[in-house]
Design a protein around this ligand. Structure first.
Ligand SMILES: [Fe+2]
Length: 496
């Protein structure tokens, strides 16, 4: 299929090819507007901190070693610090001066000879962050979290919740997956404060493992469900009613090909386009319900909840197909196919009594990296903030910032041609005791923006309701836009 090079994407990749320098709490230059005095707290973002290592270009967007960026807002200034996550693998590679580990989508240079039998993969710690149970963790869905010092962002090492994330299954299972994966999309229940998360665990028997972590930080394995394949699942839905929803799509790793080194895990993925997606719902009583829906792939859910009639709603960004490794490699050279199809907003309704799944499109806009008002997690909600692409946009890039009303389909857009935006993180206006709760879209939206002409990445503070820019600040350098971030208001942000 025809591919074309897109200058803004090529410039972005070139600007962030090498590991960024680290800064220590420098004050960012305000270049437009004024910082709101009530915007007090910390934005933390994680992402791929580079696109090559020791001269070897990563072949997958998910492979760059993690880098955490911190922005501390005090109502007048923003202080900025960034640190590369010092995983054991990165430290060993830096010492050796060459790439030593295979990663999700990148085999070692040298073909099968260099990769044969290399069963240890790099934990890039690059996908997201969570602050819960007294810990600040950098997350990667293929392995253990890494604990970070919340003051310095120094890496304190792999974290296994006192052994809970050590593989408890058979000897062979442990050989295949020694450490249980802990996904990068944990969710904290809005009422109980319990953190729920999952891992897809490849083994002699593939398993979906569900975890719970108490507000005090005590973890346990809550459920173990067998899976027929080593399914690739990135996100899930947690509802306030306590239902957990998983889409096990027919997109699965060929574990033998990946482990032997014949292919990277990403390149080993097989897609069963003629097979349905298995929808697994774990109810609050622990019972697992198994439903099916047509083929499609979901990286991210927007939100989900139980409706008044008992139906479960799961809003997803649905891809018509899983993106193949060749198109991702082309993307990393700045190229995109002309007919690039991105994910679309789809509302799934799950009726556990009838065993049915129905779907309804929410919008013609395409998008990825959706955020919501965090106070609406697991409950009926109205808005999502996301990077996206309007219908008929001339570029196949998700280069717009969108705010979508999921009830009416109405969209607001912020767009600056020649730029790319990060995932927008929503800072809701706090509810005042004894007063009517503020509107769901009252507050701020924080995001990074790449602009090749400015020679440095910008941090934007937008009005969450209108997307109008309130303040624009300049970082001292370019950093990758990354994957996921969190906002820690001061009262819960202090981890000590
Ligand atoms: Fe994600």
């Amino acid at each position: 299929m025809p591919v074309r090079r897109y200058a803004v994407l090529g410039d972005y990749l070139a600007a962030n090819r090498h590991a960024a320098a680290e800064y220590d709490d420098v004050e960012l230059e305000l270049v437009e507007g004024a910082l709101p005095s009530d915007l007090v707290g910390t934005l933390l973002r994680n992402g791929n901190g580079r696109f090559e290592h020791h001269g070897v270009a990563y072949e997958h967007l998910f492979d760059g070693d993690g880098m955490v960026a911190r922005f501390q807002f005090d109502g007048q200034r923003v202080r900025y610090r960034n640190r590369h996550v010092q995983t054991a693998e990165l430290v060993a590679e830096e010492k050796a001066g060459r790439m030593l580990y295979r990663s999700f989508g990148t085999n070692l240079p040298g073909g099968l000879r260099a990769n044969f039998g290399k069963t240890q993969f790099k934990n890039t710690a690059n996908t997201s962050l969570v602050a819960h149970g007294g810990q600040l963790l950098a997350l990667w869905e293929g392995g253990l979290p890494h604990r970070l010092d919340p003051d310095t962002l120094a890496t304190l090492g792999r974290f296994d919740y006192e052994g809970v994330l050590r593989n408890p299954f058979s000897w062979l299972d442990r050989r295949i997956t020694p450490e249980l994966p802990f996904s990068a999309h944990p969710k904290v229940h809005p009422t109980t404060g319990v953190l729920h998360n999952f891992g897809t665990v490849a083994g002699r028997q593939h398993r979906l493992v569900l975890y719970e972590v108490s507000p005090a930080g005590q973890a346990r394995i809550a459920h173990v469900l067998p899976m027929p394949a080593a399914t690739f699942a990135h996100d899930f839905v947690l509802t306030q009613s306590g239902h957990q929803i998983f889409f096990l799509t027919p997109v699965a790793f060929d574990v033998l090909r990946a482990l032997t080194g014949l292919a990277s895990p990403a390149a080993s993925i097989r897609v069963g386009r003629d097979q349905p997606t298995q929808v697994v719902v774990v109810a609050p009583d622990g019972q697992a319900h198994h439903l099916t829906t047509e083929f499609g792939f979901v990286f991210h859910f927007v939100n989900g909840y139980q409706d008044a009639d008992g139906t479960l709603v799961a809003d997803a960004l649905l891809l018509p197909d899983y993106p193949d490794t060749l198109s991702i490699k082309a993307y990393l050279s700045g190229y995109l196919p002309d007919d690039q199809t991105q994910a679309r907003f789809v509302r799934f309704r799950l009726d556990l009594t009838r065993g049915t799944v129905t779907r309804q499109p929410i919008s013609d806009y395409e998008g990825e990296l959706p955020e919501i008002n965090p106070d609406r997690l697991g409950q009926p909600y109205r808005y999502t903030w996301i990077i996206g692409r309007p219908p008929h946009h001339s570029l196949p890039l998700l280069d717009h910032l969108l705010k979508l009303d999921v009830q009416t389909g109405e969209v607001r857009v912020a767009y600056q041609p020649g730029t790319l935006c990060s995932e927008p993180v929503v800072v809701p206006q706090p509810a005042a005791p004894g007063h009517t709760p503020p509107p769901e879209d009252a507050g701020y939206v924080l995001y990074l923006r790449f602009d090749a002409t400015s020679n440095c990445t910008e941090l934007l503070v937008g009005d969450a309701a209108t997307l109008v820019t309130i303040a624009r600040l300049r970082l001292p350098h370019h950093i990758p836009l990354g994957f996921h971030g969190i906002w820690l208001p001061d009262e819960v942000g202090g981890l000590h």
